[in-house]
Design a protein around this ligand. Structure first.
Ligand code: ZN
Length: 165
């Protein structure tokens, strides 16, 4: 496990700071290693930008992306899942303010300000929310065919070979 990256969310947002990096899924908490994940040696790219919205609320904009290999729940072969999440997390000073804001806006993502915030915990939460509950190919077997076609640049040569034999 890597050293965790801690930020002071209030200062980060107030000073409109930016942080970006790449972390392997392997180095994140095991709770993100869903049994559906075929390969945990996958890079996750992230970026966090702080700021203040037009209602003078501090926020953190978080972007998480990566290409995950998940086991298809139908054929158990890997399927690619493109993780590409963007979320604005509004920071509140009091629990009550967060509750009030969520009543007005059900879609709102928010948290109560802490002195220290673990960036990787944020990432882990986003990854967990983004993972499909039951990943499946659109059409099982198609992936496999695509791959074969790509490996053989000239399908006619293959056909000719088949005719000969
Ligand atoms: Zn499948």
């Amino acid at each position: 496990m890597l050293n965790r990256t801690l930020i002071d969310p209030q200062a980060f947002a107030t000073q409109a700071e930016t942080l970006q990096g790449t972390v392997s899924l392997q180095d994140l908490d095991k709770r993100t290693w869903s049994p559906d994940i075929a390969d945990t040696a996958t890079d996750i790219h992230y970026a966090i930008t702080g700021g203040m919205d037009r209602w003078q609320r501090l926020f953190l904009d978080l972007t998480v992306s990566g290409s995950l290999k998940l086991n298809c729940q139908r054929c158990m072969q890997p399927t690619e899942f493109l993780l590409d999440e963007q979320v604005r997390i509004i920071l509140f000073h009091r629990e009550q303010d967060l509750d009030d804001a969520m009543i007005v806006d059900e879609e709102l993502e928010g948290m109560v300000l802490e002195n220290e915030l673990d960036v990787f915990t944020l990432l882990e939460d986003q990854i967990l929310m983004a993972l499909p509950i039951s990943p499946k190919h659109d059409q099982c077997g198609n992936n496999h065919l695509d791959k074969i076609n790509q490996d053989k640049p000239n399908p006619f040569a293959v056909l000719a070979g088949l005719k000969k034999s």
